[in-house]
Design a protein around this ligand. Sequence first.
Ligand code: XIL
Length: 369
Amino acid sequence: MKIGTVFAITTLGLLVSVHAMAQKTLAEATKGKFLFGVAVNMQQVNGVSPIESELIAKEFSTIVAENCMKPQPTHPEENKFNWEDADKFVAFGEKNKQVVTGHCLIWHSQIGRWMFVDSTGKDVSPEVLKERMRKHIYAVVGRYKGRVKGWDVVNEAFEDNGSYRKSKFYQILGKDFIKYAFQYAHEADPNAELYYNDYNVESPTKCDGIVQMVKELKAAGCRIDAVGSQSHMHINTPSVAATETSFKKLKDAGVHILITEWDISILPSPYDGANISMNFKYSKEMDPYRDGVPDSVQQKWNKRVLDMFELFLKYNDVIDRVTVWGLSDTGTWLNGFPIRGRKDYPVLFDRNNQRKSVVDDMIKLTKKY
Ligand code: XIL
């Protein structure tokens, strides 16, 4: 909560302005280092819980849509676009004077099947798919031209072993689908920043695959400003060292880095990834903190947040943005992924929309960099 400036008169009678550290916001504390953002859902855009909408406006300098700009919601059928939610989302960011990020243009998940098939259900030709991609990208990027700072152009094109994911895009067009997507996005808004986004970027083989792709895109004359590391993390993995290695490799490849979907699950994990089609059976052992998190576990989570945040600060010359994937533990997608019906505690505000104590420590850390 912002209390503002507290004035105190010292014994010498001097007027001293004291900013209460704890009241500083994350957006203020990270200013000049990187943008600090949050993923926003439509209830928050629509003000269903005004306190959440206010927190988003106050604590963060940038927002991204958790779902409403993805291919399926914006373009559910070949000749049908839905702009209502995305329009509201962009206007919400503008009203709050926040930088708006676009997520995402080309992704194998949350996309209508129509994109890949003809009227008989058979795969379309490479030329037809290219044209559909072009129309989709031109429509979405063109609509928000000049209002969205940058786009996740392609999401999750790699497997963890560094090979290309055998998505429909890849099956029909080969790896060139990535190049086409970046070209179309650049044509639609030449001033927009363009990003490649993926999870488990800390996996050495995956990171190497991404670096190679960045080099190929640059050699082909494509604009690519940054690689987004989703950073869906767990309480024990990935290590800080592995994360740092991935930052070094990306930095050496001449791209900036974005932490695009940061959260740190506190729960036991059956799977270290963020492929949204993965789903595991519920059991009580996998959902141990229904009645609260024991102090020792909470301390461990806090340390993990601070270790990672310190690494982000250390690389703030190349990290342009850190975005948390969701405002509070109430709405986090991890309550439903990769096991439905659990109770996770992975983000910076609790179930009562209170800022967690670790945030004050994060703010203190910013002073060191
Ligand atoms: C997730 C959303 O948080 C959920 O609400 C939705 O049901 C599925 O997608 N990688 C991404 C994000 O790039 O778009 C995903 O978001 C999480 C994994």
